[in-house]
Design a protein around this ligand. Structure first.
Ligand SMILES: [Zn+2]
Length: 236
């Protein structure tokens, strides 16, 4: 495994193999024609229907990647909206979870054929707010998530050219974001790193406030459009 900083400022660790730095950067430049479908526009506490996380479908060839899967009460809403796009629950090939909170993982059981992609969000933390990690608990080929604000760990999503999962610690102990360089620009599905498009509003309960602000800046800097955890997709 190689660890290095990329020219674009994300700390880059290719967790999936032995790619060279040049190959990684080149891969990230690759633009790909994906379809991005907002299955559920995430809602906040003030909403009459209550809180639920954004659910996003990424379509590319045979890949049907769902990012987050709502709360335990909105399964029918998710299934109905998938159906409107002509996708059944059985056809979803991958489900990626931004973090393990109940408003984002409530319908994991609905996708029997999917491969699940999720970081570990154990919710443990030290009194100073820094998640507690046990070195012995880490896989050999997986980096220890030291709390270095400028770092985002990247892992290529091999099914879609130029697509990555970004792992970090901000809203939860281990957050996942999805990055893809579309024909229209860079999309980052950012989970609760952003509550919604109101950037001046309250930030949603960071586990690591220092990381949180740095990462928000980094994502705003690089993304052309962002899917926040509890609101509609917004453009910069
Ligand atoms: Zn949430």
């Amino acid at each position: 495994m190689n660890g290095f900083s990329s020219e674009e400022g994300f700390g880059v660790v290719d967790m999936s193999g032995q790619r060279s730095r040049a190959a990684l950067v080149e891969r990230r430049r690759e633009k790909v024609e994906v379809e991005v479908v907002s299955i559920v526009v995430g809602r906040g506490e003030e909403h009459v229907r209550g809180t639920t996380g954004s659910v996003t479908l990424i379509l590319y060839k045979d890949v049907k990647l769902l990012i987050d899967c709502g709360d335990p009460w909105n399964g029918p809403e998710i299934l109905a909206n998938l159906q409107k796009r002509g996708v059944s629950a059985e056809e979803v090939t991958h489900v990626a979870i931004t973090h393990g909170h109940i408003d984002h993982i409530g319908n994991l059981h609905l996708f029997p054929n999917a491969t699940f992609i999720m970081s570990r969000d154990r919710g443990q933390r030290l009194p100073n707010g820094v998640p507690e990690y046990n070195e012995a608990d880490q896989d050999e080929d997986r980096p220890l998530f030291t709390i270095v604000p400028e770092l985002i760990w990247m892992s290529a999503f091999e099914e879609i050219p130029g697509a990555y999962f970004l792992f970090t610690t901000a809203h939860s102990a281990e957050d996942l974001m999805f990055y893809v360089n579309t024909k229209d620009g860079v999309l980052i599905v950012a989970g609760d790193l952003f509550e919604n498009e109101d950037l001046g509003g309250d930030v949603p309960m960071p586990v690591n406030p220092a990381n949180y602000n740095v990462l928000r800046e980094a994502v705003l800097d690089r993304a052309d459009f962002i899917v926040p955890g509890h609101g509609r997709i917004f453009f910069k």
